[in-house]
Design a protein around this ligand. Structure first.
Ligand code: SAM
Ligand code: SF4
Length: 325
């Protein structure tokens, strides 16, 4: 089992399969100056399958595939299908921007994907273009509707940003009135690949905006280890979540690690470095060696994201796509 020095057991791994993307969301990456990894530096699917097996042998039961945009990597479905053969893996989720996703929904359904997180920051087409710098709103909305049609559990993730889309919060929340989905509002984090600051809307401000429109929201039970605080508009089919990703008030129950596209295991989004698994996967290390290296690295997990951030090199500016958001 993978347990840190505070007794937290790691049962959830987020694996980023690529740092590339077909959108350029300004809160995630610069428009032009992104230096994507050469292919040889990405973990291969075989390496990720081996790693997943090692992780599930050590008690991981849930994996989320993310990126960059997972569907820009060729043969993703084949990889997901292979992951699904691992009977120790109870949950397999994916986070996607929805641009290419619709054509794969039949296959995602047939491998029993546990849920899809769809990123959508506005319901306004022009604003979507401003935020993502790509004209793909129609495709993403079509994916949204198709996920509902396929009856795949759906969470919609909106990064809430002051002066950018705070006036979309109410309309986004209204999606939960008639759809059985979770609409989640995420505090913006400082991972846009530059030192540009955008102005935070905090968890409390998001809650205030929602409450002033819908009245007092019902607080509902948060799933174990959830990073979101869940609420419901009375009478709605779905629910709302607020993720205090910048305020970081949920670290005490953290059960997760991240694997970056180049195979670095990070204990926390806010960590600077991490364990280079790619080297271990390629230098003849046995599964046992890798499991032991993971356990040792997990012992160094900081108590919370603030301590992780305090210990990172502040002179480099990472993009969420190269960490694996
Ligand atoms: N491309 C996929 C997508 O957008 O869903 C998966 C990767 S993306 C990095 C994963 C999630 O991170 C998305 O929901 C995105 O909105 C979120 N994200 C990216 N940059 C962020 C930032 N600076 N602060 C908060 N969330 C961010
Ligand atoms: Fe691409 Fe996702 Fe980053 Fe947007 S948030 S640029 S969709 S990786």
């Amino acid at each position: 089992m993978l347990i840190d020095k505070f007794g937290r057991q790691i049962t959830y791994a987020r694996i980023a399969v690529t740092d590339r993307c077909n959108l350029r969301c300004f809160y995630c990456m610069p428009e032009n100056a992104m230096h994507f990894l050469p292919r040889k530096d990405l973990l291969t699917y075989e390496e990720m399958e081996r790693l997943s097996k090692i992780l599930t042998d050590e008690g991981v039961t849930k994996i989320r595939i993310t990126g960059g945009e997972p569907f820009v990597r060729r043969d993703l479905i084949h990889f997901l299908t292979n992951l699904r053969k691992n009977t120790k893996l109870k949950e397999l989720h994916i986070t996607t921007n929805g641009v290419l996703t619709e054509q794969y929904l039949d296959q995602l359904k047939s491998i029993n994907i546990s849920s899809i997180n769809l990123s959508l920051d506005t319901l306004d087409e022009a604003r979507f273009l401003e935020i993502t710098r790509r004209d793909e709103f129609t495709n993403v909305m079509s994916t949204f509707n198709a996920i509902l049609y396929h009856n795949i559990p759906l969470k919609v993730n909106m990064v809430a940003m002051k002066g950018k889309n705070e006036d979309d919060i109410v309309e986004m929340a209204e999606l939960s009135l008639s759809h059985p989905i979770s609409v989640r509002f995420i505090e913006e984090m400082p991972f846009n690949g530059s030192n540009e600051d955008h102005g935070l809307i905090s968890y409390q401000e998001i809650l205030d905006i929602l409450s002033s429109k819908f009245g007092e929201l019902s607080k509902i039970q948060d799933p174990e280890n959830s990073t979101a605080y869940h609420y419901k508009i009375p009478g709605s089919k779905g629910n709302l979540g607020i993720i205090a990703a910048y305020t970081r008030s949920f670290c005490g129950t953290c059960n997760r690690i991240r694997i970056t596209p180049e195979g670095v295991m990070k204990n926390c989004l806010y960590d600077g470095g991490g364990l280079n698994l790619r080297t271990l996967l390629r230098d003849g290390s046995s599964d046992r060696d890798i499991a032991e290296a993971l356990q040792t690295a997990i012992l160094n997990k900081h108590k919370d994201g603030h301590l992780a951030e305090a210990n990172r090199d502040k002179s480099t500016f990472e993009s969420m796509s190269s960490i694996g958001g």
